[in-house]
Ligand binder design. Structure first.
Ligand SMILES: NC(=O)c1ccc[n+]([C@@H]2O[C@H](COP(=O)([O-])OP(=O)(O)OC[C@H]3O[C@@H](n4cnc5c(N)ncnc54)[C@H](O)[C@@H]3O)[C@@H](O)[C@H]2O)c1
Length: 681
């Protein structure tokens, strides 16, 4: 990209950001926009015609100049001379690379031809729910005429590609008064001589279509309400979702582990309460973007929300087996020798009438976006059914898109997953010190992290430091409180679909000689560390057992669990209790594939609230050193003479959980700089 961008490009980016930030205009990362203009050729100095078009990937709402592909318009249009016909249109995508102007822009997407072949200077291709509703109505062509008169034409379904670009360009040339087209089964394309005109035309199509649906549409497009499928009240709905989530995530992770997302948006509940929901869901989604994310169709539980949990879980397992069978059948019906191998037969969308929708993906963002896309699909079905009947593209066409070699190439270009990708971690006491470092490290390894702490604002701060809410969320919990622990784990399950990795780290330290140790000192430390770890492990193990995906539980114990440090009876005994829980639970939970290990840190002064909160001063006094030198003092006592930092403890958690020690359970790892008295034997 040259340093000076022509004004058309600034206008294009502004328009794209405005259009893309309103979900009524297009789905996340869906659609693309372009501008044609002139710039000086750095080689000849002459003015040349260029096309700036949103490249593959990325979202219109956040598009920047770096997300644009820049192509020579003369060369792009010259491709019509070598175009070998629709059967070989995919070859044209490689040819786009030979039309690029300079280096460094985004990769041209499949829709580049549509933008380049159309004459108007500005083009928007969008996936608005209202436009797709007309595009998927069985009589969409007639409805388009009725809705727009002669301003918008109908282009029958055709897979995105060079031929679709030629088709649209021909329609525009034949009917120069058009402002755009409805693309059957797919979306809309609008154009204009200026960026403002193009934006106005896009919005005119989207709002006119919506108004048409609103004015013409019948009420109850999803049919009469099935009384027993009406939504449960919110608290019960969420409790039921949390109770079923581990089972559902386990099923959806049969081929490979997936992260989950839950929503009980009113549109989902309304759809699932309607008598027609099962028929419509079975028809599947239509817009290529939609079903690539949601799979051809969702899995729909056919039981009311009042059904006993056991019955719902058993029925989900049956439906899942049938879903996989159907999916295999779909693959076998349409796959050719050239098709990529089957990518997995688990559903991406699971619908629970009266409760809500779970969506799944290889990470939280993918899972969340899959859910958003199904919401788009529900809006589309509502619109189409309100004025006509919903008729998505055929299954054969869906297969051609899902197993398109070009899609496969896109998947292959993705970076390899990080070691803890798909794993959901819950770290207690993660608002400070060691827990904070552990949460940060697990997130860096790709895990979704629930930052749990009694201090909710500290937890929120750590979660925000880690990144977006797809990466980390906070939950406020006192680990001594049985109900609060259950609620925190339920929150984790509703946020990410389940739990795979628990680090029980919350703790505190009160150092006193025996005769000055109060019963309250004893009780508090045992409540937070011994009882707290037990409660967290029990709740997590229940979820892990239901998921059937194994798991990891890591206890942050202490050197003091094995060494009889001075004046430390309550803390040391609580730590010894935790250490023995590791062995007991490793023995008990191995059959479920749950590994339980411990870490024995020592002298982690920096960042530790324990040390800052008085323990450091006490210890410094016991050892006769200034408090500021306590870390260095501890380091001198060690065999390796190095200070232990929270990051060292976090690294031990990562080593235990990120795949290199899959056969290790019941182990305690010292992270203490080397303390001979703490050697395990
Ligand atoms: N710092 C060390 O040298 C050291 C050495 C060995 C073991 N440990 C252990 O490591 C763990 C973390 O210690 P740290 O040094 O990072 O301390 P820290 O004080 O920095 O962090 C402890 C966190 O636990 C939270 N917490 C306390 N009680 C809780 C409760 N009831 N419910 C939920 N959260 C609660 C606190 O709010 C705090 O955010 C503790 O279990 C501690 O015993 C620390």
């Amino acid at each position: 990209m040259g340093p000076q961008l022509p004004p058309e490009v600034g206008a294009l980016i502004g328009r794209s950001n405005r259009l893309g930030s309103d979900p009524r205009n297009t789905n996340y990362a869906g659609g693309n926009t372009s501008a044609k203009g002139q710039a000086a050729d750095p080689v000849t100095g002459t003015r040349i015609d260029l096309l700036w078009v949103k490249g593959s990937g990325g979202d219109l709402g956040t598009l920047t100049a770096g997300g644009l592909a820049v192509l020579r318009l003369d060369r792009l249009r010259a491709l019509t001379g070598v175009y070998p016909g629709v059967e070989r249109e995919d070859e044209m995508v490689d040819a786009f690379d030979y039309c690029l102007h300079g280096q460094g822009g985004a990769a041209p997407s499949i829709d580049t031809a549509m933008h380049g072949l159309l004459d108007p200077a500005h083009v928007d291709h969008l996936h608005p729910d209202s436009g797709i509703a007309l595009a998927t109505a069985v009589d969409g062509e007639r409805l388009t005429r009725e809705c727009f008169g002669g301003r918008v034409a109908w282009v029958p379904w055709r897979r995105p590609g060079f031929q679709l670009g030629l088709d649209i360009a021909a329609v525009q040339r034949d009917q120069p008064d058009l402002i755009g087209v409805i693309l059957g089964g797919h979306g809309i394309t609008a154009w204009g001589a200026s960026s403002d005109q193009c934006e106005a035309n896009s919005l005119e199509i989207i709002t006119t279509a919506q108004r048409f649906l609103d004015e013409r549409g019948r009420s109850r497009p999803f049919g009469e309400v099935i009384p027993e499928y009406a939504p449960l009240p919110e608290t019960q709905r969420r409790a039921r979702a949390a109770a079923l989530a581990p089972v559902i995530r386990g099923l959806a992770s049969t081929d490979r582990a997936q992260v989950g997302h839950f929503t009980d948006a009113p549109a989902v509940l309304e759809f699932l309460a309607g008598r027609e929901h099962a028929r419509l869901a079975a028809l599947g989604t239509s817009c290529p973007d939609h079903f690539l994310r949601t799979k051809v169709r969702p899995l729909v539980l056919d039981l009311p929300p009042a059904a006993p949990l056991d019955a719902a879980a058993a029925r989900l397992a049956e439906l899942h087996a049938a879903y996989r069978e159907d999916y295999r059948g779909y693959y076998q019906r349409y796959a050719t020798a050239a098709s990529p191998p089957m990518r997995g037969a688990d559903p991406a969308i699971v619908l629970l009438p009266g409760v809500g929708m779970f969506s799944f993906g290889a990470d939280k963002q993918t899972a969340r976006v899959a859910g958003e896309f199904y919401l788009n699909a529900i809006n589309v079905m509502r619109g189409a059914e309100s004025v006509s009947s919903y008729a998505p593209i055929s299954e054969a066409e869906k297969f051609r898109i899902e197993y398109w070699v070009l899609e496969e190439a896109k998947l292959a270009r993705r970076p390899p997953p990080r070691p803890l990708a798909t794993r959901v971690a819950l770290v207690t006491g993660a608002g400070s010190g060691i827990g904070r470092a552990v949460a940060q490290r697990l997130a860096a390894e790709g895990a979704c992290v629930v930052v749990a702490d009694r201090d909710g604002s500290a937890a929120a701060k750590v979660a925000a430091e880690i990144g977006s809410r797809d990466a980390a969320v906070e939950v406020t919990v006192d680990v001594t409180d049985e109900d609060a622990v259950a609620a925190a784990v339920a929150e984790a399950v509703l946020t990410f679909g389940g739990v795979d990795l628990v680090v029980t780290n919350a703790g505190l330290s009160i150092s006193r000689p025996l005769l000055q140790t109060t019963a309250a000192d004893w009780d508090l430390q045992h409540a937070v560390m011994a009882r707290g770890s037990f409660l967290v492990s029990r709740e997590a193990a229940r979820v892990m057992g239901e998921q059937g995906m194994g798991g990891d539980i890591v206890y942050i114990c202490s050197k003091n669990s094995v060494v009889a440090g001075p004046d430390n009876v309550a803390y040391g005994a609580a730590k010894a209790d935790q250490a023995h829980q590791v062995r007991l639970l490793a023995a008990e939970l191995g059959a479920l594939g749950i590994r339980v290990n411990g870490i024995n840190p020592d002298g982690v002064v920096r960042g530790s609230g324990i040390f800052a909160g008085g323990w450091g001063a006490q210890r410094a006094a016991v050892y006769g050193v200034p408090e500021s030198e306590l870390g260095a003092f501890y380091a001198r006592r060690t065999l390796l003479k190095r200070e232990v930092l929270p990051e060292h403890v976090a690294a031990a958690v990562a080593a235990l959980t990120s795949g290199d020690l899959p056969l290790t359970t019941g182990l305690h790892i010292p992270v203490d700089g080397g303390v001979a008295a703490a050697f395990l034997r």
